[in-house]
Ligand binder design. Structure first.
Ligand code: APR
Length: 254
């Protein structure tokens, strides 16, 4: 199926008992956060994310990778959640237990928007963990400052607590996302190219289980051919209109 009207998707949303929203970098684009497929800029223009966001890249060039994450964290400090994040959070609060928010984003913007519960498949850029875990000597001792910080005893490095290319996703979060996808009546796939698995596989799971799939994206994605409907446009505007006009509250789309 191709383009659908927002009114039809609103009806599907109102009829649904369980909704999953699967989001990607496009949801944060309107907050000014570059997407993964946007060209890298400045110091990082000569690297692709695939050359930086891997364990082997970190082991080979720890300071380079560490500095890339520090630069991304610093860029996020001036960024705020946009209307798309806020509309999803408001909807989840108005309909407790109906919406499961699954994100590939590590920017923490859904959480900062007040989303009651977020399944963050790829981790959190603001968090860190030890590179070589578990290692007893590091338990409890503060790391020695550095780029990256390291254990003063054994040299174990601190690393961003994000899922790098080739790494497995946190099993508990992935299985919760799979369960929600298999049980949903409607999945909104927002701001993702659908290029990366197992996240993109959740859309197939929802489809196979009989859930409707609606893609919100200004561009075509690798998942378009399994969608029941495509809403072409920016997520901030579309989600604001889609999620805020509840018939229950009588508030129509403005
Ligand atoms: N509203 C909605 N979608 C948008 C907007 C917008 N305003 N602007 C851009 N997009 C869409 C693009 O058309 C693209 O389809 O967002 C998508 C971003 O795609 P990617 O850059 O591939 O990001 P994402 O799909 O989240 O990547 C998935 O891949 O790089 C890894 O782990 C990383 O989590 C990431 C995963």
């Amino acid at each position: 199926m191709g383009a659908v009207t927002e009114a039809l998707v609103r009806r599907w949303l109102d009829q649904a008992q369980h909704v999953v929203a699967l989001t990607g970098a496009g949801v944060s684009a309107e907050s000014g956060v570059p997407t993964f497929r946007d060209a890298q800029t400045g110091l990082w223009a000569r690297f692709s994310p695939e050359e930086l966001a891997t364990e082997s890249a970190f082991r080979a060039h720890p300071q380079r990778v560490w500095d890339w994450y520090v630069a991304r964290r610093e860029a996020l400090s001036g960024v705020r959640p946009n209307e798309g994040h806020l509309a999803l959070a408001r909807y989840a609060r108005r309909h407790p237990g109906k919406l499961t928010l699954v994100t590939q984003n590590v920017d923490g913007l859904h959480q900062r928007a007040g989303q009651p519960f977020t399944l963050a498949l790829h981790g959190d850029i603001q968090s860190e963990r030890w590179l070589d875990e578990p290692r007893g000597c590091c338990a409890g001792g503060p790391p020695m400052p550095g780029r990256p910080p390291r254990c003063a005893v054994c040299g174990n490095l601190r690393r961003p607590a994000v899922v790098w290319f080739g790494e497995t996703l946190p099993a508990d979060i992935l299985s919760a996302a799979q369960e929600a996808s298999a049980a949903c009546d409607l999945m909104l796939v927002v701001g993702t190219s659908g290029a990366v698995y197992p996240a993109a596989g959740l859309v197939h799971t929802a489809r196979r289980a009989g859930g409707r799939v609606v893609i919100v994206n200004p561009q075509a994605t690798e998942l378009d051919d399994i969608a029941d409907g495509l809403l072409r446009g920016g997520s901030a505007q579309i989600l604001g209109r889609l999620l805020d006009g509840d018939p229950a509250t009588g508030r129509e789309n403005c």
